[in-house]
Structure formats: structure tokens, C-alpha cells
Design a protein around this ligand. Sequence first.
Ligand code: SF4
Ligand code: SF4
Length: 408
Amino acid sequence: MKFVFLDYNLKYLAKSTMPNWLLYYVRGMRSLISSWTYWSAYVFKNGRANPPLAIAIEVTYRCNLTCAMCPQAIDLKNPESILRAQMKENDELKTEEIIRVINEAGKLGVKRVTVTGGEAFIRRDIMDILTAIKKNHMVCYVISNGGVMKEDQAREVVKMGIDKITFSLDGPEEIHNMIRQNKNQFHNLLNAVRMIQSEKKAQNKNVPDLTLSTTLSALNAHRVSELVEIAAKEKANINFGFLFYTTKEMEERTNKMFPPTGGKIEDQDIPMQIRSVDVNVLSKEIEKAKNMAERLGIKINIQPYITAPEDLYNRFHNDRHAYVHHCFYPWYAMRLNPYGDVYPCQMNIKMGNVRERPLAELWNNDIYVKFRQELRRVGIWPKCAKCCVLKDKLWDKLPNMRWWWDKK
Ligand code: SF4
Ligand code: SF4
């Protein structure tokens, strides 16, 4: 006889039964505990880092969509862009190369792999890639627009125990389709969500944890609360993040401080009509969304937790304002582009290529060490101000202890 509860992932079972306030508290505690891994290296290792906890693999830059706010899509519209030239070369890592990197990551001690794109499900070998991650017993997150996932892929995703799948949702139907520049995308997205949910039910599983994720911008700020209803109807969690943008001035100042070498090329100078959010409207919508999530019993995550009009004003209209002023991301995570280049984050710096060097060597090579030393010195660079990893106020408290140590 089969014991039904054995198919359930306890971590996600606990998460799904917690009220939102407790979930925020647990997340805070978890962040405090894991901070030791990167903070200790930040303080004591002069630019070297402990083994990475997480890696994000961009398996392709190809995508079925050209979304209005996507830096990648904007860049691809530019005939002169290097990203376009790269894509023409069709030089993506082959299946066996990605699997080798995943095995290296497993040996290095990486705990979590996020698979993203472009659109990850465009790759024909996506299931081999996901299987390799689970074979290495690493937590696996997948980010997708839901536009091309097929039924048999949904079945496999559930069967192999992918931990979390995040689908992008930008607004109610007409807004989502307008932003995604595709009249069927909302329908396709819901189809993907329902395939995963029905497979979870059929296979008696509570993972993948299914989240709909919205990038807040001027295009959807007035309809945010409606997204909670959509998520509740689909029995999904909802995540709100803020648009990441830079300006030419922020880019230029950053480039003078740490010149780019080409790890991730994209135009993040997002057009004003997408950035010019009415903060009073957005603040009311967020409040409404929180109340609605409580009432409908779904998980809501706002990252960073900015809700008041004056704070939202700083986020969208004060280019130099940052929520947090110290960054630890390159001490615990690395990113890999589809051509094998390792890069640290939204900073366009190439640390080397996995076709030439193993991950373990790249992680603490001279460029990575210099990059971290400089980042530690400056706190954050000008173009970092709106970076989505700056979401935890804890990061501004940890360096105080660093100064205390430096003085000793
Ligand atoms: S789906 Fe994602 S990668 Fe594709 S164009 Fe839209 S935002 Fe960009
Ligand atoms: S804040 Fe800056 S250094 Fe840190 S991850 Fe973001 S872009 Fe990179």
C-alpha cells in the first residue's frame, strides 16, 4: 500500500500551511542563518569566497516572446548589438557541456540551481538538464514564461521533483498580452499553470511550488490587486518584484569604476513610459493585494518590501536611491550564460568560460577576487541601485561588524 504523505516535500508542505506573517519571519531567520557563509568570507578572505550556494544557468537567450520591458528583447531589436551577433553564431553550450557543469557544481557544494533563459523550455534537451540537476540532489528552480511548455514536459517536471517553478505574469489578460506582445500569451500561461497543477494532483505531489511572478512597472501598477485573484484561482503563490533599470549616466559612472568585459550584454536603460509609475496608485494597489491575499489564503511575496508612496517614489523616480547599500551576492552565487561565460550578476563582467576552465577554478580566480575586493570597497556601484538582489536590510547591518573587525 502506498503512503500518500511520503510523496510530499515537507519543506514546501510547511511553507504552504504557514500564514504570510510567519513566512516573512521564517524567511528573515533563514536569511540571517545563511548570511554566515558569505559574510565570513567577505570579512576574512579578502575577495575570495566560500563555495557558492547557488548558480543560475541561462540555458538559452532564444525566446518565443519579445516583451516590452525585457532588456534582452530590447537589446535584440538593436541590429548592432553584440547579443544579436552572439545568437547568430549558435554557440550555445551543448547538452553534455551543461551536464558537465552541473556535475561540477554538485561537487563544488552548490545547493540550488536556477534554470532560466530566454525561455528555458525552447531547448530540446531541457529535460536532460533538469534531470542532471536532480541527480546531483540539488534544489532546482525553473523560471519560464509558460508559452512553450508541453504536457509531457509538465508531467516530467512534476515527476522528477523540480522544487519550484516560477511563471511570469504581468497583468490581467489584456495587460499581460500587451506587455508580452503576444495576443495568446495569457492563455498559454494559464495552460502551463494548469498542466503543472493537474500533474501535481495526478501524481500526488506538492512540488513544484508554483509561483506567479510580476515585475511592477508603470504598465501594470494600476491593476496589481487583480493578479492576486488570478493566482488564488490557479492555487498559486504570487510574487511582486520591482523593475530593474539603469540610466546611461549610471552605466557610465559604473563603467569608469569597473570597466565591463562582456559577461552579460543587455540594455537596461528601460524607456521612461515603463518606469514612470504613479506611486500613490501603486501603494494602494499593493495594500489591496496584501489584504486580498490574506483573505483568499495565498502566499504573497513583495521583494524588496516597499509599500509606502514615498519609498515607492524613491524606487522608481530617484535614480540614485538604493534600498540597500552593500551587496554580498557575488560571495554566494554565480551566473552562467548560454555560451559558457561565467559572470557575477547584472554587472557585465566575464570571469572566464566553462569550456576552458572548471567552475571551481573560475569561482576564486584573479578577476573574481578583484571584483569582490572592489565591490567590498565601494558597497555597491551606481548601476546597482535598482538591482533585484538588494532586498534585505540585513545586508546594511552586516558590514558594520566588518568595520569593527578592520579596526582591530
Ligand atoms: S519571456 Fe523573458 S526572456 Fe523572453 S522576452 Fe519576455 S522577459 Fe525577455
Ligand atoms: S547589487 Fe550590483 S554587484 Fe550586487 S548583484 Fe546587483 S548588480 Fe551585482
